[in-house]
Design a protein around this ligand. Structure first.
Ligand SMILES: *Cc1c(COP(=O)(O)O)cnc(C)c1O
Length: 390
């Protein structure tokens, strides 16, 4: 039955009591380590701008020059009249960078995942999800109408067991590349082996690896040496390490052409603004050229992990820029995050249903443009706030 306002207020109050209430904070600066949030100057450790591209002067200039040339809106979907030269050039650059035949741009990563899965899988088919997959993959599986099976996190035996029992002729394995709330990496070669053995599609979501992992920054598949044949469907986003917005699928010419015919979240939506495509291409160029960003990020990750060990701060096992501090209890996570913010450090608390029950955490993310001093300050403040709770 439809809830009235009083009932909604009551429901919201319960969410607050359970420390599950969600709300936004107001940012009045660009994404960068030092930001102004709700009027307070803080150091942020919660953005996915891992390489510091979101506020890069050359990317900003590319964006504004492109807005002058192409205008603001794309005006229509790609298949109608919205596919500009800017989009085509970005697709070409991404295909070269990832070593794939072709690329299809989407307006967001969420839409890319929904679009690919529903295009290739449907009723009567089966989808296999890592338990800790991102919500967009989970939703993609549900929307497809296929039977959904979730396997234990990064557990190939659990996956193999489910694949072996399943009788559907059309199967798809879905996995985060770098797990978004945990920071650990998928066992790519294991996934490749099982997808080949069971003739299943394999979609890898490299939202958090693209730009950051691999020698050139082409992501987890460069890092692990997986070819287009190994992982036929690669998804990555342009809103995280690339610092702009949007997403893409990379694969063979045939796969990409097939998606153009069937992918509803690509067909029935306005193309991303051309200036976004130009800014993304500029960022991509800088990411490939400026190796120091990846090197600096790696050294900050090492510094943070070592400093946490010395201070007895309990981290989840991760070698990436995502370094979650394990808390467990929702209220403790929210209170610790609030306490940190009072000390001028911004780290968001991540709670269920984003993560499993009793695994609330502070999701620390590092960026190449943090300084060592800022990371040390984070460590000291974290240690102090956690000690006060004991
Ligand atoms: C952020 C994220 C997405 C969604 O990408 P958007 O472009 O922000 O919609 C998809 N998958 C994973 C793993 C993500 O972390």
């Amino acid at each position: 039955m439809r809830k009235n306002d009083l009932e909604i207020q009551e429901w919201l109050k319960q969410r607050k009591a359970q420390s599950l209430y969600r709300s936004t904070r107001l940012v009045s600066t660009p994404q960068q380590p030092v930001m102004v949030v709700d009027g307070q100057e803080i150091v942020s450790f919660c953005s996915n701008d891992y390489l510091g591209m979101a506020n890069h002067p050359e990317v900003i200039k590319a964006f504004s020059d492109a807005a002058s040339r192409y205008g603001v809106g794309a005006g229509a979907s790609h298949l109608v009249s919205g596919h500009s030269q800017a989009h085509a050039e970005l697709e070409q650059a991404l295909a070269e960078f990832t070593g794939r035949d072709a690329v299809l741009l989407f307006s967001t990563g969420y839409m890319a995942n929904l679009g690919v899965v529903s295009a290739l899988i449907g009723r009567g088919d089966s989808v296999f999800q890592d338990r800790l997959n991102h919500a967009s993959l989970i939703d993609a599986g549900l929307l497809s109408g296929a039977k959904v099976m979730r396997y234990k996190h990064n557990d190939l035996q659990s996956l193999a067991g489910r694949l072996a029992k399943d009788t559907a002729s059309n199967k798809m394995i879905l996995s985060d590349g770098v797990f978004s709330m945990d920071g650990d990496m998928a066992d790519v070669s294991g996934l490749v082996r099982l997808s080949q053995e069971y003739k299943a599609w394999c979609l890898l979501d490299d939202a958090h690896g693209f730009g950051v992992l691999g020698k050139k920054g082409a992501g987890l598949l460069e890092h692990t040496g997986a070819s287009q044949q190994d992982v036929p469907l690669l998804m990555a986003t342009l809103g995280k390490a690339v610092g702009v917005a949007g997403a893409f699928i990379a694969g063979s010419f045939e796969h990409i052409e097939l998606l153009k015919q069937l992918s509803r979240t690509w067909i029935y939506t306005t193309a991303m603004p051309p200036a976004i495509a130009v800014a993304s291409r500029k960022s991509l160029l800088l990411i490939q050229r400026e190796d120091w960003r990846r090197e600096k990020l790696v050294s900050l990750i090492t510094l943070f992990k070592q400093g946490a060990r010395e201070r007895n701060i309990q981290l989840l096992p991760s070698d990436t820029a995502i370094q979650p501090v394990f808390i467990g209890d929702n209220q403790a996570a929210v209170e610790t995050s609030d306490h940190l913010l009072k000390q001028g450090i911004w780290v968001t608390a991540i709670r269920p249903p984003t993560v499993p029950p009793n695994t609330a955490r502070l999701r620390v993310t590092l960026s190449a443009i943090h300084t060592e001093m800022q990371v040390n300050r984070l460590l000291d403040t974290l240690a102090e706030c956690l000690k006060q709770r004991d």
